[in-house]
Ligand binder design. Structure first.
Ligand code: GUN
Ligand code: FE
Length: 426
C-alpha cells in the first residue's frame, strides 16, 4: 500500500515507452492499481504512505534471462576460450558448492548483487549439487526476488559435477516439487540441461518430458564457440546439426530458450523460429570468451524473440543496462566485422529486450516487464540528476539512450519486487 511520486516510464498501448513527468504510481498488495496525476492519487488513496522520488525516474525492473549462480567467484578470472575456461576455472569453482556453508554464503551475495543492479527477475543456472540448489532457493526466498532457477544437470564429462542420469532427474523433480511457485509464485523451477557436451541424450529427453508434463521452462546453451561445435559434432555424429540434437531430445518450442546462438545455420534458425523457441543474447560473455559476435539483427529480422543475459561469470557485469548497451554495440561490431551497413539496435528496443520482451519469453508479461495497472510493482528508482539537466526537454528515445549509455553515472536508489523493497539487504 504505497503511493510513489516520480517520473514514470510507462509503456503506451502501442507498446512504445512514454515518460510521465511528475506523476504518481499507487501499489496495493504488490500490484499497480493506479498510474496518473499526483492529485488524483492523493484523493483516491489518501491513507497510503507517500514515497517521493522527486527528480528520479521509475522504470520497470530489469530481467536477466541467463546467469550462473555458482560462478560468482569466477568473475574476471581465467583465460582461454570456452572449453578450456570451463574445465580449468569454472568446473573447479562450481565443485566448491558441495560445501553447504560456501553455497549459502555465495547465494546470499549473488542475490544481493542482482537486486543492487536493478534486476527484479532472473533465470539462473543453479549449482549442480541438489543441496546447494535447495540452499540457493532458501536465500532467493529471503531476498524476495522473482526467479526461474534449477539445478544445473550434467551426466557426462570429466568433473565431479556429474551424477547419474537417474540421480539428476530425481533431484530435479524433488527440487521442482519443493520450490516451484513458492513465495507466492515468485520462485519458479526451470529445467537446465547444461549443454549437449555435459548431457546424455537420455537425460535431455527426460528433462524435456518433465518440462512438458509440468509446463516448465527449459534452457540450454548452443552454438557459442567453434571448438565447442566440433566437440559436440564428434560426440553426436549421427545428428544433422547442434539444434537437431536438442530437437530429437524434445528440447525445443515455446517453453525453450537457447543461449548464445552465434553460429546457427540458416536451417537451424528456421527450425528455431518455426518452433517458437527464444534466443538469449549475452554480448559481454561473447566477447570475454572471444566466442564471436551474435548476428542480432538477423535473428530479430526473423521475428525470433530475443532477450538478454549477463551470463556470469563469462559475463563480468551484473547490469542488464550494461548488457543492453553491449547489445547495441555488438550490432556495430558485427557490421564492422562483416562489412555491413545495417542500422545498429535502437536503444528503445534494447530496453524492451531488457524488460517486456524478456517477460514475454518467460510467459509472465501479464505479471511483470512494464509499469501498467494490474501488473506487479516490479520496478527500480533511478536518480538521473548527473546525466540529465531538464527532463521536460528530453524526448523519450534520447532519455532511454542516455540511461543505457550512462547508467553507471545514475544511481539505483530503490528496487521493488511486488511493491517490496529488495535492495536494502546486507
Ligand atoms: N556452455 C556450457 N556451460 C557453460 C557455461 O557455464 N558458461 C558458458 N558461457 N557457456 C557454457
Ligand atoms: Fe551461460
Amino acid at each position: 500500500m504505497a503511493i510513489h511520486f516520480g517520473n514514470i516510464l510507462i509503456t503506451a498501448k502501442s507498446g512504445v515507452f512514454k515518460l510521465l513527468l511528475n506523476s504518481a504510481l499507487c501499489e496495493k498488495n504488490g500490484r499497480i492499481v493506479f498510474i496518473g496525476s499526483k492529485e488524483e492519487a492523493i484523493v483516491k488513496y489518501k491513507n497510503d504512505n507517500i514515497y517521493d522520488h522527486n527528480g528520479s525516474i521509475i522504470l520497470p525492473g530489469l530481467i536477466d534471462l541467463h546467469t550462473h549462480l555458482p560462478q560468482y567467484r569466477a568473475i574476471g578470472i581465467g583465460k582461454g576460450t570456452l572449453l578450456e575456461w570451463l574445465e580449468d576455472y569454472i568446473f573447479p569453482e562450481e565443485e566448491k558448492f558441495k560445501n553447504n556453508k560456501y553455497a549459502r554464503a555465495i547465494a546470499k551475495k549473488f542475490f544481493c548483487e542482482l537486486v543492487k543492479h536493478g534486476t527484479t527477475t532472473a533465470v539462473i543456472f543453479g549449482p549442480a549439487q541438489k543441496d546447494a540448489t535447495d540452499i540457493a532457493f532458501q536465500e532467493a526466498e529471503n531476498a524476495g526476488i522473482r526467479l526461474f532457477m534449477g539445478k544445473t544437470i550434467m551426466d557426462t564429462g570429466k568433473t565431479e559435477l556429474t551424477s547419474s542420469t537417474k540421480q539428476n532427474i530425481s533431484d530435479s523433480l524433488s527440487l521442482f516439487e519443493k520450490w516451484h511457485e513458492r513465495n507466492d509464485g515468485l520462485l519458479n523451477y526451470i529445467m537446465l540441461p547444461r549443454y549437449a557436451g555435459s548431457c546424455s541424450l537420455e537425460m535431455m529427453k527426460n528433462a524435456a518430458d518433465i518440462a512438458k508434463a509440468n509446463r516448465l521452462m527449459i534452457q540450454t546453451h548452443i552454438a557459442e564457440n567453434k571448438e565447442e561445435m566440433s566437440y559436440i559434432a564428434n560426440l553426436y555424429p549421427e545428428f544433422n546439426s547442434y539444434l537437431d540434437i536438442y530437437e530429437k531430445a524434445g528440447i525445443i518450442g515455446e517453453n525453450t530458450q537457447f543461449v548464445h546462438c552465434i553460429y546457427l545455420t540458416k536451417k537451424e534458425i528456421e527450425l528455431l523460429r518455426q518452433s517458437g523457441s527464444s534466443i538469449i543474447h549475452c554480448p559481454v560473455s561473447n566477447r570475454y570468451l572471444q566466442s564471436g559476435i551474435m548476428p542480432l539483427n538477423d535473428h530479430l529480422q526473423e521475428a525470433i524473440p530475443v532477450g538478454l543475459g549477463s551470463d556470469i561469470a563469462a559475463g563480468y557485469s551484473f547490469s542488464v543496462f550494461n548488457e543492453a548497451r553491449e547489445a547495441i554495440e555488438s550490432t556495430k561490431s558485427y557490421n564492422i566485422a562483416h562489412y555491413k551497413k545495417n542500422s545498429p539496435l535502437p536503444p528503445e528496443k534494447a530496453l524492451k529486450m531488457a524488460t517486456i520482451d524478456a517477460a514475454k519469453i518467460l510467459g509472465i508479461s501479464k505479471e511483470t516487464g512494464s509499469l501498467e495497472v494490474g501488473k506487479s510493482a516490479d520496478m527500480l528508482v533511478l536518480d538521473i540528476n548527473r546525466i540529465i539537466d531538464d527532463l521536460s526537454k528530453e524526448d523519450t528515445p534520447s532519455l532511454i539512450s542516455k540511461i543505457i549509455y550512462r547508467f553507471q553515472d545514475a544511481e539505483i536508489k530503490s528496487v521493488y519486487v511486488r511493491g517490496k523493497t529488495v535492495n536494502d539487504t546486507e
